[in-house]
Design a binder for this molecule. Sequence first.
Ligand code: GLY
Length: 338
Amino acid sequence: MNRKHFLKISSLGLSALTIDKVNAFSVAPNMPIVISTWDSGMAVNEAAWTVLEKGGRALDAIEKGAISIENKIDCCVGLGGYPDRDGIVTLDACVMDEHSNCGAVAGLEDIKHPISVARKVMENTPHVLLVGNGAQQFALENGFGKEPKVLSKDAQKAYEEWLKKNDYKPEVNIENKKVFGGPFAPAFFDDGTPNHDTMGLLAMDKKGNMSGGVTTSGMAFKVHGRVGDSPVIGAGLFVDNEIGCATSSGVGEEVIRICGTHLVVEFMRQGYSPENACRKAVERIVNRDKVKAKTLQVGFLAMNKKGEHGAYAIQKGFVYSLKTATENNIVAAKYNIG
Ligand code: GLY
């Protein structure tokens, strides 16, 4: 199926500067609902939907959706993802549920499903975040298998190319500049090459409870040990079941600096719509350094308690996938520059 057929350009360019008052406690009319970053979220949403349509819990839907993409060979998620500058794939993931329980792993090697390890951290430990060898040890103790340390064919090729050109210097915007060929990257290319860096999912179940999850191999060719926004609660993911939830994609350092998804949820608490809350967070990044912002991509995706959803990015090209009982679309985010 040609993914372009799903593309629904909702609107482009700068948005209105209005605050949309939201009754945070009203029941969402379109629940259940799942939204996820990028066009690759279409398949992820399908997997999550199998849980949601049966009345299952949002958290279970999130885990199922994330596992589905971790099972695939993908540039930016799972063990088939692009490695760091030392040629090692390290995975980051987190989950957050309707009770504000959360769990995360960072720099996890050789484990196929970091999202499930993150859930185990949440459910089986008093901690939130386990990293590196400790995260792997925890995964092994909890029955996860150790996978061989082999790069996928695509990752090996991309890594060899990067080694030739980059001489071990980390690049902060590798996704756009090197891998995807341009500062204003499209959602996907004519040959179907996916353009994304992080899978962030947000779901609301039939009971109106929200959960979220993020899974990624992080920035391609990063310095070994670098952790981005994805496993950092309040940066790559935040859920407040009374108000809404948000996730992010793009250059994680910029998102961490502003505690991005926590900020988006706080803007929704103030009455901003999901899209305008995301816009306000993007503006926080852009206004910090307008020149640097031209070289970066960050996109936020959010949903409120009414099941309203929206996104906003620095650059053109960020899209999200949406699934409800009546909709199955890719939606283009508005953007600040371009
Ligand atoms: N947003 C993914 C990362 O920066 O690692």
